[in-house]
Design a protein around this ligand. Sequence first.
Ligand SMILES: C[S@@+](CC[C@H](N)C(=O)[O-])C[C@H]1O[C@@H](n2cnc3c(N)ncnc32)[C@H](O)[C@@H]1O
Length: 404
Amino acid sequence: MDLDAFTELLTPRGQRALAEAVEHRDADPVAAATSLRRTYDAALSSAALTQARLRERARAKFGADAELMYFTPHGLEQATRAEVAAHRATRLLSLWRSSHHAGAGDGPRVADVCCGSGGDLLALARAGCLVDAVDTDPLTVAVARANAEALGVAERVTVRVADAASVSPEDYDVLFADPARRTSRGRTFDPMAYSPPWPVVLDLLARAPRACVKVAPGIPYEFIPEGAEAEWVSYKGEVKEASLWAPPRAARKTGLVRLATLLPGGHVLRDAGAVAPTGPLGRHVYEPDGAAIRAHLVGEVAELVGGRLPDPMIAYITGDDPVDTPWAARYEVEEALPFSLKRLRAALRDRKIGNVTIKKRASAVDIERLRSDLRLSGTESAVVILTRIMDKPSALICRPGSPA
Ligand SMILES: C[S@@+](CC[C@H](N)C(=O)[O-])C[C@H]1O[C@@H](n2cnc3c(N)ncnc32)[C@H](O)[C@@H]1O
């Protein structure tokens, strides 16, 4: 879909084509295309069918709003899911209000310097911010603008084609950046390969009165700027991203504040300097949420469950009593063995276990290969945890205790 086809999609004729494409969504793709081609030309038919399919895929991130919105394939893939964007927007607003003593009706002026199709932009506008957004890609800008119209926030939003580096963060209350983490070779985990590149992002962040930058959760700690608050966010147990929050310039200190947030529950865990003790394997094993692990808060999770680490280098926690917390999944240990295929196979057979969920940490075992080598049969289920305990490869046969 190019910019011309997308522009036509927004006309009354384009909207009719899109409505027809949505109606044909469950039909055979060739039949759907043939039907649309009876009325519309090839470019509009194809744009409408693509958009109808993208809307369906977008439901996972945007829920019912997806049926009103527009996407490009890359834009959808890179967009922040609605719940995560809403959390960030609410936090941005409350942090800003706390230092501006602003009334409920006022909203900060925010520059969104890599807006994409608008996942964050829309959440910021809905939260009450006035957003000036830019993106270097003209089609993406048209899509973001159409989304602001479609969701009724256009009066709070401007979107234009520009490079992030051309924005003056000094003109805004808050700068928000979500740099692209895709290169021509696919996803990148190297901040220097982000677009705009990391030095440009850091320069914008340093000049902004306040700032928030979204990054991949695996960002190496050495890239996190001094004085930032780094927040790792997981959604339904999967770590999605980290936000680096730069406080007002005058309040920036050295060091790093770490926290983790669980969505949709909204639980927050902060660095309290907790250090987990090391000790023997107990009756329960806890697997901390990935956001807590990335934020180096395993000690804080251990404190919550009254636990200890069976191995000081590995993020599994153990304890004697069951404690349920949203910060960790709990498994009840039925048997712990030194790892060997033969012993594990025999132990699972004895227990008539035919269905296993295999988890591993600090183990080089190929899970799918192991599953087939185990030649499982039986009616029972178990969770098998492969890890090292005091440096010895171990297998723990467990019963699921509680979901995180
Ligand atoms: C990760 S996406 C943003 C997603 C967005 N936050 C959302 O939730 O929909 C990054 C965007 O940055 C844009 N981009 C890349 N380099 C840029 C630059 N130098 N200036 C402005 N935008 C840029 C890309 O075109 C892409 O749309």
